[in-house]
Design a protein around this ligand. Sequence first.
Ligand code: S3P
Length: 167
Amino acid sequence: MIYLIGFMGCGKTSTGIELACLLGCPFLDTDQLIVDREGMSIPDIFAKEGERGFRKIETAVFRDLSGDTKDAVVSCGGGAVLRDENVILMKKSGRVIRLSADARTVYDRVKGDSNRPLLMSPDPLSRIRELMAEREEAYSRASDITVATDGLTPAEVASRILAVLTK
Ligand code: S3P
């Protein structure tokens, strides 16, 4: 498995689709797997079950993925690194690649998107900075490799990842 981790708006999904195409393997997205499993949107899960409930479902998805024998590129929700169990499962079953971006880049990519409950704030840029700082250590501890995505297209990021993987 190749797990793409990193903050919201770092391009995990768009890069993951490109990378899966280059590698000729399936692409999976933990948020999409959660939505399929629950039959509800991410904002509805947060509203109904809270962040705690969402994280429980997310871990159940990681348990399933790590037991899957078929390789895939997996785009992981931005908060997946917050639970040690998820990180242990990822490390045990694949390579963990972190995508990074400046807070401003993230803001430009996610503004106007109502699908991310944690950024529903009167001042989303400050919220992004705050959450990024809180999570920095968890991202760096969880990852084998980091690729900065500022100013790059998803195809460019994917080919950089491929270069590292095949080195
Ligand atoms: C979250 C990131 C989202 C989604 C949920 C929580 C987070 O995924 O899992 O809204 O805690 O950073 P993306 O990183 O794909 O936006």
